[in-house]
Ligand binder design. Structure first.
Ligand SMILES: Nc1ncnc2c1ncn2[C@@H]1O[C@H](COP(=O)(O)OP(=O)(O)OP(=O)(O)O)[C@@H](O)[C@H]1O
Ligand SMILES: [Mg+2]
Length: 462
C-alpha cells in the first residue's frame, strides 16, 4: 500500500471504531469537551487525517505547524493529554477511551528536544493538540506526536481533526507545504545511522568541514577536474538546464587507501556551502533509497557514498537477490537528470565495481584516480603537515626514501618527528630537523609487524 492508501485505511479504522463506541455513553471529560467544543461537533463526527514521517522529520512538523498557526493568526493554546499509557494509543483511540472510561484527561503538553543543526536543538511538541482554523475558516485541531521508539512507535505524526475530510486534508496539505518551506534539513550536512541503544533510525547533523585548496595535495589538474565536475556544474546549473543539459552527476574517486579520497570529499563539502550533503557509510548504506529521496527534495545536494566496494557484493539489505550496489545505481538513476544532485562515490577497489557500472551507464560520468603521491606530492605533503612547526630538515632525502607511501603516511611521519622533538626538548617549540625526520622514518619503516607497516600505507617499507 502507498502511504496515502495506508493513511486512508487507518482513518477509516478510526472512524469505524469511534462510531462503534458511540453507543456507549461515557461520563463527561474536560478533554473531550475541549475537542468537541472547539470543533463544535460530537466526537463521532470528527474525521482524523494522519500523516507519519520518519522520526528525523519531527522538527519539520513542529516548524510547519508553527508556521501554519502564525498564518492563521488564532490564539495559540496548546493542550496535552494526561493519563497512563497515553503513548500507546492513537489520538482518536485516546479520546474514545477518555470518554468511555475517563482514563485520559486534559493535561499539559509534552515537549522534547530535537536537533536542527550540528550545534542547535529546538523544542518540539512530543504530544499535544492545538485548536486553529482551516483556510476556509472551519475549526480544526492539529496534533503533533513525536516518535517513541521505546514503545515501538518509530515514526512521528501529524494529525488533523476536523468535521470534514476535505477540511482536514486541506490543513494537512498546507502544513506540509510550510514544512517544505521551513525544512531544517536543507543545506545541512547529514549522516544516516542507527541508534545503538534503541535500534531506531537516525539522521545526524554534522559540522561542515572547511578545508583550503592548499590542504589537498593532488597531482596537477586532478582537483581542478573534480571541482569542475561538481562545483562547476553547480555554478552554471540554470544555464545548463536551459541549454537542455542534465545536471545530475556521478563522480567516482578511486585509488589506494590513505591517498585522500575522503579528504577530497570533505574539501568539496566546504566548496558547496549551500548544498545539502547526505553521507552514507558502512551499515548506513541500507538507507540509500531514503538518501536519494532526501537529495531530490533538498537539492542542490550531494550524496556521499563512501567505500562503495563494500556494497558491491552485499546482498543482505538489497531487495531480492540484487546486491545493494544495484539498489544504489537504481536510486542514482531514479533521482532524475534535471535534479541538481551530485553523487560522490569513493572506493579503493574500483575493479570490483567496473562491470556493474559499465552495465548501467550514465550513473557515474567521471571516474578520477587519486594516486599515491609522487616526489613533488610527497614534498608538498611534508610541508603541509609541518605548517604548525619549525621545519629545518632537508626534505630531499626523505622524499627520495618514501617512494610508494601514501599521503596519510607522510602526515604520520611528521607527527612522529614532532613527538621525537617534544621528547628531546619538552619545553621548546616543536622543531623538526634531519635527525627527527630520519629517526621517525626509520621507526616507521622498521615497524616490526607487517600489519603496522601496511596500516601505515607504505609499500616501499615492505
Ligand atoms: N591528498 C592528500 N592531501 C592532503 N592530505 C591528505 C591527502 N590524502 C590523505 N591525507 C591525509 O590523510 C588522512 C587520511 O586520508 P583519507 O581518509 O582521505 O584517505 P582515503 O583515500 O579516503 O582512504 P580509504 O580508501 O582508506 O578510505 C586525511 O584525513 C588527510 O589528513
Ligand atoms: Mg576514505
Amino acid at each position: 500500500m502507498g502511504s496515502t492508501e495506508r493513511d486512508l485505511a487507518t482513518d477509516l479504522a478510526r472512524i469505524i471504531r469511534a462510531t462503534a463506541d458511540e453507543v456507549t455513553t461515557g461520563r463527561g471529560s474536560e478533554l473531550i469537551d475541549r475537542v468537541t467544543g472547539h470543533l463544535a461537533a460530537p466526537l463521532t463526527e470528527v474525521v482524523v487525517v494522519t500523516r507519519n514521517w520518519p522520526a528525523w522529520e519531527h522538527a519539520n512538523i513542529q516548524r510547519g505547524v508553527e508556521a501554519y498557526l502564525a498564518e492563521h493568526g488564532t490564539a495559540v493554546d496548546w493542550f496535552g493529554i494526561a493519563g497512563g499509557q497515553r503513548t500507546h494509543e492513537d489520538l482518536i483511540g485516546m479520546l474514545v477511551i477518555a470518554r468511555k472510561q475517563g482514563t485520559f484527561e486534559l493535561g499539559s503538553v509534552d515537549y522534547t528536544t530535537t536537533a536542527i543543526g550540528p550545534e542547535d536543538a529546538t523544542e518540539a511538541v512530543q504530544l499535544g493538540l492545538v485548536g486553529t482554523s482551516a483556510p476556509g475558516g472551519e475549526p480544526v485541531l492539529v496534533a503533533i506526536r513525536g516518535a517513541n521508539p521505546q514503545w515501538g512507535q518509530m515514526e512521528c505524526r501529524l494529525e488533523v481533526l476536523a468535521t470534514s475530510r476535505a477540511t482536514a486534508t486541506g490543513v494537512r496539505d498546507r502544513v506540509e507545504r510550510l514544512m517544505a518551506e521551513h525544512d531544517v534539513l536543507r543545506g545541512q550536512v547529514l549522516a544516516f545511522g542507527t541508534s545503538e541503544n534503541r535500534g531506531n533510525d537516525l539522521l545526524t547533523f554534522l559540522p561542515r568541514p572547511t578545508l583550503g585548496g592548499e590542504e589537498v595535495v593532488l597531482p596537477d589538474g586532478v582537483l581542478d577536474a573534480i571541482e569542475q565536475h561538481t562545483v562547476g556544474i553547480a555554478r552554471h546549473g540554470e544555464r545548463l538546464l536551459a541549454a537542455g543539459q542534465h545536471l545530475k552527476r556521478g563522480l567516482l574517486l578511486h585509488g589506494p587507501p590513505g591517498t585522500g579520497k575522503t579528504h577530497t570529499v570533505r574539501y568539496l563539502m566546504g566548496r558547496l556551502p549551500g548544498n545539502t550533503v547526505i553521507i552514507l557509510t558502512g551499515t548506513a548504506m541500507r538507507f540509500v533509497a531514503k538518501a536519494a529521496e532526501l537529495a531530490r527534495r533538498l537539492q542542490p545536494s550531494v550524496v556521499v557514498v563512501e567505500d562503495v566496494d563494500l556494497i558491491a557484493q552485499d546482498r543482505s539489505y538489497g531487495p531480492g537477490a540484487h546486491p545493494l550496489l544495484f539498489t544504489l545505481l537504481d536510486a542514482m538513476d531514479g533521482v532524475g537528470g534535471d535534479a541538481d544532485v551530485t553523487f560522490l562515490l569513493t572506493t579503493n577497489r574500483a575493479s570490483e565495481l567496473e562491470k556493474a557500472l559499465a552495465d548501467r551507464p550514465g550513473r557515474v560520468d567521471l571516474a578520477v584516480e587519486i594516486p599515491l603521491p609522487d616526489a613533488v606530492g610527497r614534498e608538498a605533503l611534508l610541508r603541509l603537515y609541518a605548517r604548525g612547526l619549525k621545519l629545518t630538515a632537508d626534505l630531499a632525502p626523505i622524499v627520495a626514501a618514501t617512494e610508494g607511501v601514501t599521503a596519510s603516511f607522510a602526515k604520520e611521519l611528521l607527527r612522529r618527528a614532532s613527538l621525537l622533538s617534544l621528547a628531546a626538548r619538552p619545553d621548546a617549540d616543536v622543531a623538526v630537523g634531519d635527525e627527527e625526520l630520519t629517526t621517525a622514518l626509520r621507526e616507521m619503516q622498521e615497524a616490526r609487524s607487517a600489519l603496522t607497516r601496511s596500516l601505515l600505507g607504505s609499500s616501499a617499507a615492505q
